[in-house]
Design a protein around this ligand. Structure first.
Ligand code: NAD
Ligand code: IPM
Ligand code: MN
Length: 368
């Protein structure tokens, strides 16, 4: 197999703990002759700030741009919460997304059979659930100008952020979502607040246009974001693919995560535009954060990050067979009743981060 260049960015908190388990899975793929990886390690977030005074060093940015794919753990933590915005750990992550132009963030929410009862919703509402949220990732209120905090003449202060979308930003993420819907149940729900925001109205108009002209076989529907949040917990199986902006996508994907039992289960892929050869810049990361409350205690669930690596194999390296092996090993481990604390249920076996890694490696090893 050709050697894939992967940049490893463990980050902060539980990031390094869960990434260490991915490393074991990678090593197994290599040792069993299934893949060849060249891995570089880099710093991002608070750990980069502590080492270099910036949450993402230019050299690390260059490595990310040169890699075939990036895998990121998580960034942030109380230690760095009071830094200036430009120095916050989260800025490192946002710069990676922006400078790599990773405009399409795929956040699948899939309920594993063994975990249907771990959801906070009734089992029948979530059993078999398989939805995909496509979140716009490089625009909207996260990056819009003007932004900042200023002093007003009356002695008050003003905080400003700007929600802004240009046509091309809407169109390109819509195309990704339509395309993915075409490979699934052919239903796409576009989510905004066209009733109160002009950017939402433009979003709705542009998505409708693309649907009519380029994807007439996809059933397109529209929903206001507040209703969508409600519908996700009322009747989540009504959705196939959801496409939405940066901020709504952030909120709705945390919500969807909980349907699957835990934030510790949800992987994501962030993709850029395909080049002439069909190759895309890409970064893979769990949806969860650095979980300061359990960091350093070997308690974090590594499955979201392991499943993110599996998405890397599938989307960046065309290694569907190997991705299937990993996904199946996750299913098998869960079916055996192996659980980290976040998905623990009565009668199951509680393990730590590395224990979950042990169980997964044992399943993989059974494949030879
Ligand atoms: P969080 O996702 O870190 O944690 C929320 C809750 O979920 C916590 O109780 C945590 O213990 C639990 N949790 C999260 N991941 C888990 C896992 N793998 N296994 C078991 N339990 C898990 O969100 P937060 O507490 O709001 O944020 C903490 C820090 O992380 C902040 O600095 C925030 O900015 C940052 N953050 C980073 C990312 C990222 O790097 N992509 C995403 C979200 C938040
Ligand atoms: C996520 C996180 C990030 C976001 C933060 C850490 C910048 O919450 O990836 O969901 O808001 O996009
Ligand atoms: Mn988030």
């Amino acid at each position: 197999p050709s050697t894939k260049k992967i940049l490893f960015l463990p980050g902060d908190g539980i990031g390094p703990e869960v990434m260490a388990q991915v490393r074991r899975v990678m090593d197994w793929l290599v040792a069993s002759g299934r893949a060849s990886f060249e891995v570089e390690d880099g710093l991002v977030g608070g750990s980069a700030y502590d080492a270099h005074g910036t949450p993402l060093h230019d050299d690390t940015m260059k490595l990310a741009l040169a890699a075939d794919a990036v895998l990121l753990g998580a960034v942030g933590g109380p230690k760095w919460d009071n830094l200036d915005f430009s120095l916050k750990p989260e800025r490192g992550l946002l710069r990676l997304r922006k400078d790599m132009e990773l405009f399409a963030n795929l956040r699948p929410a899939l309920v594993f059979d063994a975990l249907a009862e771990a959801s906070s919703l009734k089992t029948e509402l979530v059993a078999g659930l398989d939805i995909l949220i496509v979140r716009e990732l490089t625009g909207g209120v996260y990056f819009g100008q003007p932004r900042g905090i200023s002093d007003l003449p009356n002695g008050e202060r003003r905080g400003v952020n700007t929600q802004v979308y240009d046509t091309h930003e809407i169109v390109r993420v819509a195309r990704v979502a339509f395309d993915l819907a075409g490979k699934r149940d052919k239903r796409l729900c576009s989510v905004e607040k066209a009733n109160v925001m002009e950017s939402g109205l433009l979003w709705r108009e542009e998505v409708t246009k693309i649907g009519t002209t380029e994807f007439p076989d996809i059933a397109l529907s529209h929903m206001y974001a507040d209703n969508c949040a409600m519908q996700l917990v009322r009747q989540p199986k009504q959705f196939d693919v959801i496409v939405t902006d940066n901020l709504f996508g952030d909120l709705l994907s945390d919500c969807a995560a909980m349907l699957t039992g835990s934030l510790g289960m949800l992987p994501s892929a962030s993709l850029g535009e395909a080049d002439a050869n069909g190759a895309r810049k890409a970064m893979y990361e769990p949806v969860h954060g650095s979980a300061p409350d359990i960091a350093g205690q070997n308690k974090a669930n590594p499955l979201a990050t392991i499943l993110s690596f599996s998405m890397m194999l599938r989307y960046s390296f065309d290694m569907g067979v190997e991705a299937d092996l990993i996904d199946q090993a996750v299913r098998d481990v869960l079916a055996d009743g192996i659980r980290t604390g976040d998905i623990m249920q009565p009668g199951k076996t509680l393990v730590g981060t590395s224990g979950m890694g042990d169980a997964l490696l044992a399943k993989l090893a059974a494949h030879g």
